[in-house]
Design a protein around this ligand. Structure first.
Ligand SMILES: CC(C)(COP(=O)(O)OP(=O)(O)OC[C@H]1O[C@@H](n2cnc3c(N)ncnc32)[C@H](O)[C@@H]1OP(=O)(O)O)[C@@H](O)C(=O)NCCC(=O)NCCS
Length: 256
């Protein structure tokens, strides 16, 4: 298997064909009201349907930021952008003026947005929380092989190992535009961070750690060589660029 070298750069810019732009933002660190005028009528309705005010504000900020950056990348006013939705809800630019693709994920206050040029992209972010009961969560969500690796990890590492596989599966499902119900059983226990799956849709997945805060997986339908990463709104810049992490392996977890 060919392993493409990956370069991580702390930069912001329109990704070229072999790059992805990853932006991580703290959704609670902005005044959500400033983004409200950028949202479409449908998005405002959706925001108003959130029962919790915190969720409403986070959705508004996430959509506002997404529009802002998409607009900046393709030179369109953020409020003029129109989205279309795939059969399972994946948003895309309705009339793409470019080959720009995007995907967004949030875990509580933290949002990750990924942009690619000319290939599909899926992203998933999860906060690393010690209260994740990996053994419980791994039942039914991970493949047997993945679950066994999670169980072999020292208890303190289990949440992170679980999240490695979890974010990976979510990012792939989101790249494909399906959903977790359709997630593929693992084909990727042992390949390194980058690997082309034998399935019909090619995919490359990178799993990154943002300091001790979060795990982010980024899946693309073409190999990428560079991830430009930038932080926004109170995410500690010292955590950037995020670090790629190799797939967990039983042997690596129990060094002799
Ligand atoms: C897509 C999916 C995996 C997202 O999971 P999640 O962990 O809850 O959410 P994340 O924060 O990672 O991602 C949410 C974002 O992904 C995007 N998204 C939604 N559906 C998507 C899909 N099918 N593929 C890719 N991206 C999708 C949206 O932008 C959404 O953000 P928004 O709600 O602010 O617009 C999950 O919602 C799913 O399986 N959806 C498929 C449809 C479905 O089966 N729905 C029934 C659920 S009961």
């Amino acid at each position: 298997m060919n392993i493409m070298p990956l370069q991580i750069e702390s930069e912001f810019g329109l990704p070229t064909a072999n790059e992805a732009q990853l932006i991580v933002a703290d959704l609670d660190a902005a005044d959500a009201q400033q983004f409200m005028p950028l949202l479409s009528q449908e998005e405002r309705c959706r925001a108003s349907r959130y029962r919790s005010a915190v969720d409403r504000l986070r959705f508004t900020t996430a959509r506002g930021l997404l529009r802002k950056w998409l607009g900046q990348f393709i030179g369109v006013r953020p409020g003029d952008l129109c989205f279309s939705y795939g059969p399972r809800g994946k948003p895309a630019l309705a009339s793409p003026l470019s080959d720009l693709r995007f995907n967004i994920s949030h875990s509580k206050h933290l949002a990750a947005m990924a942009f690619t040029n000319g290939c599909e992209v899926g992203v998933d972010v999860e906060l690393i929380r010690p209260d994740i009961d990996s053994k419980l969560l791994s039942q039914g969500f991970l493949s047997n092989q993945e679950a066994s690796i999670v169980k072999q990890a020292p208890p303190k590492q289990q949440p992170e190992v679980f999240l490695h596989y979890w974010t990976r599966a979510e990012a792939i499902a989101k790249m494909l535009g399906t959903g977790l119900a359709d997630r593929e059983p693992t084909d990727d226990i042992n390949p390194p961070n980058e690997g082309i799956s034998p399935a019909s849709v090619p995919k490359t997945v990178h799993v990154l750690r943002v300091g001790t805060q979060a795990i982010i997986a980024l899946a693309t339908s073409k190999p990428i060589q560079i991830i430009r990463a930038s932080s926004f709104l109170s995410v500690n810049p010292s955590l950037f660029p995020p670090q790629p992490i190799p797939p967990p392996a039983s042997a690596a977890l129990h060094p002799s």
